[in-house]
Design a protein around this ligand. Structure first.
Ligand code: 5GP
Ligand code: ZN
Length: 110
């Protein structure tokens, strides 16, 4: 499948990884929108938040269960977790990913 994040998960495209286990990978965003900007993805291809189901939600729970450890590794206590679903929300990569944004004062969004 021609998916850039599947390729990053498989190690076929290099990335600056901060965390990896059998289910998920976290790596620095190539175009950071905050002083610290990391993406967390499931290794399995899920197109986005609208494609989360009872069958694949366990990996999403695992992402959130691991975020505190990733934040600790990044040295941030204050951060925002965001996922964009669909073009109007700004989704450009159609493989589920959670942005971890931090490292400074973030602008109000929600
Ligand atoms: P979205 O706009 O879909 O919510 O987020 C996609 C994010 O992936 C963007 O912030 C973009 O900078 C990042 N991105 C796109 N291609 C690559 C890549 O090849 N490597 C890395 N590390 N980040 C990428
Ligand atoms: Zn994918």
């Amino acid at each position: 499948m021609d998916c850039i994040f599947c390729k990053i998960a498989a190690g076929e495209i290099p990335s600056n990884k901060v965390y990896e286990d059998e289910q998920i990978v976290a790596f620095y965003d190539i175009e950071p929108k905050a002083p610290v900007h990391v993406l967390v993805i499931p290794k399995q291809h899920v197109t986005g938040a609208a494609a989360i189901t009872a069958d694949n939600a366990a990996v999403v729970a695992h992402v959130f269960a691991t975020i505190p450890q990733i934040a600790k590794t990044l040295g941030i206590t204050d951060f925002r977790v965001v996922t964009n679903n669909g073009a109007d929300a700004g989704q450009t990569v159609h493989h589920l990913h959670f942005h971890i944004l931090g490292g400074g004062k973030l602008g109000d969004m929600a």
